[in-house]
Design a protein around this ligand. Structure first.
Ligand code: SF4
Length: 318
């Protein structure tokens, strides 16, 4: 593996992958390998759910039909696996979401921003604003892809799901999480200690001058989730605030991680020939396990057989 010098504006998921496993990082971000069929129905469920919530929070609850159409379009080219996780299942979940939150007491509403303010904002180096701006020049922050200068040394690529204003007037960044399992304490703990939300808060501050915390908007998409009569917990919102010290720490983490990705040590780690490197639980869920398990000399052939080559520099949306 050559040195990774493409880290002009890395995403959080890219930097986090480096800490998970530098070999997986190299496969994904330097070689650009995507395992064929990695679009599992579960990830399609998340993608369809995000598109539906984006529509509902942008256009209002009455846009249900448009949200449903997005779900149909995303599922139309894939066979469901497991078979109960279908477009109909996801539409049922979205119906329950509307039932749960569509009233005036919902704790937050999306923030409308002025497109001009974003375009003139020197900290926003790139945004996919086009197509989002209303006739009055306003737009709502929904899954917007941006490159933001977080401090004088660090630019990052971020996709903010939503910026919202709560009833008390504070501004929060909200992140939708569609999960196959209920969120246990372990997952929540990892979410809180991850640097993703602190970095999003810092980006939101660059964008609108303020941001008080992060909301995890959790949607469970298990088998009983689309049944309105089911008593299972389907939706939860968790509110996290961070100290200024924790935000500072996230910036330092990102800068250090980027340096580490570019280092000789990282390239050396990737090129070591033993495999897999973490033969415990982490490797068992990895997209590259098949590849790690074959001898290095056999890998080039297997790559063509099992993987698609994605643009190495494409960042994962989060
Ligand atoms: S199988 Fe294990 S060692 Fe190989 S890339 Fe995945 S996590 Fe890393």
């Amino acid at each position: 593996m050559k040195l990774d010098s493409t880290l002009e504006a890395p995403s959080h998921s890219r930097l986090a992958k480096l800490h998970d496993c530098r070999r997986a990082y190299g496969y994904r971000y330097v070689m650009g390998l995507r395992s064929r069929g990695s679009q599992s129905t579960k990830s399609l469920g998340g993608k369809a759910g995000h598109a539906a919530l984006d529509t509902l929070h942008r256009l209002g609850w009455e846009a249900r039909e448009i949200a449903d159409n997005h779900i149909d379009a995303i599922f139309s080219e894939h066979v469901s696996n497991p078979e109960w996780l279908t477009a109909e299942h996801m539409k049922g979940i979205i119906g329950n979401y509307i039932e749960r939150y569509a009233d005036e007491d919902d704790d937050f509403r999306r923030l409308r921003l002025n497109a001009d303010d974003v375009l003139k904002n020197e900290a926003v180096l790139y945004s996919d604003l086009a197509g989002r701006v209303a006739d009055d020049g306003s737009f709502s922050m929904n899954e917007m892809n941006m490159v933001v200068q977080l401090d004088d040394k660090l630019k990052m690529t971020l996709v903010l799901d939503m910026l919202v204003e709560r009833k008390d007037g504070t501004v929060w960044v909200a992140d939708h999480k569609f999960t196959a399992q209920y969120l246990g304490q372990g997952v929540l703990g990892r979410y809180i200690t991850s640097k993703q939300m602190p970095l999003y808060i810092l980006a939101a501050r660059k964008l609108v001058g303020r941001c008080d915390g992060a909301i995890l908007n959790a949607v469970w998409m298990g088998q009983a989730a689309c049944n309105p009569a089911s008593k299972a917990t389907k939706f939860d919102r968790y509110y996290f605030d961070y100290t200024e010290g924790q935000l500072e720490e996230a910036l330092e983490w990102a800068a250090l991680s980027r340096g580490r990705a570019q280092s000789e040590t990282n390239a050396f780690g990737f090129n070591m020939e033993y495999w897999p490197q973490n033969p415990s639980s982490y490797c068992s869920g990895c997209d590259y396990l098949q590849l790690c398990e074959v001898a290095p000399a056999m890998r080039p052939g297997r790559i063509t057989q099992w993987y698609d080559l994605a643009e190495a520099e494409v960042e994962d949306a989060e």
